[in-house]
Design a binder for this molecule. Sequence first.
Ligand SMILES: Cc1ncc(COP(=O)(O)O)c(C=O)c1O
Length: 445
Amino acid sequence: MSGEPTHARPCIPRSGADARKNLKLSVLSHPNLTIGEKPCPADETVSALREVSRQLSQAREHFLGFPGNMAFDDSDSGHLLATLANNVGDPDSEDASGMHTKDFEREVIAWFTELAQGDPGTTYGYVTSGGSEGVTFGLYVGREQFEHAPLYASSQAHYSVRKASELLRMRLVSVPCGPDGTMDAEALGALCRTQRREDAAAGRPPRGAVVLATAGTTMGGAFDDVPALREAAGAAGPCYVHCDAALGGIVAAFSSPRPPWNFRDGADSVSVSGHKFLGAPVPCGIVLARRSLLPSSPVGEYVGTRDHTLACSRSGLATVLLWKRLRQLGTSGLRDLVHRCQDTAEYAKSSLTAVGARPQRQPHALTVTFDRPPEEVRRRWRLSVEGERAQLIAMPHVTRRVIDELCADWSPAGERLPLPPCRVVTARNERAHRPGPAAAQYGTG
Ligand SMILES: Cc1ncc(COP(=O)(O)O)c(C=O)c1O
């Protein structure tokens, strides 16, 4: 810092261009949020927090197009905000600070290991900052196994997969999808056979394959067939499969018949988001991997812990709130919730059929896609859109009454385009692999 005097920034609203710029960036309208040189009076600060909380709570009533569960209220856990809870390093390793909630984390991991049919003795896991960190961790473990293997992911994989491939410097190979939006196992097999021939021609050992399967694609909610993908990828030599089950893992676990998504089905690692189906006031997730495949872990001497995680410091608060949700619901409560949401999705499909919105729903999915409505309807219901199709996701806060209201609002946006086979694989979808506009189009996870 220079010795120059700093200019006091009083706690008054900015005017003109600055204020307009802020408004454009924000979905919500906030009171003055300026951080000034002088302390702002506590009542002004608290009232800004009350206002944002009021606006967010109001907005959730119309939150239909994104996979966040809004049906929870953790305000009785506010006392946790009076302390730091930092789960540094592995959940099963103490740390020198002792300011953590790792007992709760181990319970969450044990519960999810059972759900994902992992072996409790040989499965490692931790609570992440969200689904994307889980994907990155899984792919990192895969890359450490097979250093030169390309990463195969479908054209419907979440955009975080491309980011992870770039960070990990893995060559990303986009595999086409079938008409239902799942990765085409035959196409994967053909790509892997070609790779094996190239390896043989170059006189090098098979590089193998890292495959990213998705349980519940972001747009459309399709479930990739993990065993079929594992078998197809075997053509490349040894392979590693990560299942990105951000939204669909918990749905799959309680579906009947159960879409194959977990360790018993051939995954080496799996990840879910915590704030999606389960619901949490802070983004979070869980990742699991076969312990024997973990890269060797650095130990931070000063924190006194083993650490295989990507993050080092991790939210002990998110962990406790995840534990609270699971404990309150119990496995049977969660099963009921999944079934109720699937019923709501089916109800949405028949109601949208009745108003001519041409809905489609993949087996088991909470996601229903339909013809894109006019912009004001899309905005009102916060629908996510891709091309001429929109989607809603029947998360636990979505009721039949809300679906009825949406249907009453629905009217076609304009000229009807031919109905896609189920999911159309278009150049637009291929572009979803590239960072930038595709990410922006989908918006928030
Ligand atoms: C399939 C899939 N994977 C990963 C993510 C990213 O999860 P998160 O937003 O928790 O990082 C999403 C988000 O919607 C998703 O749909």
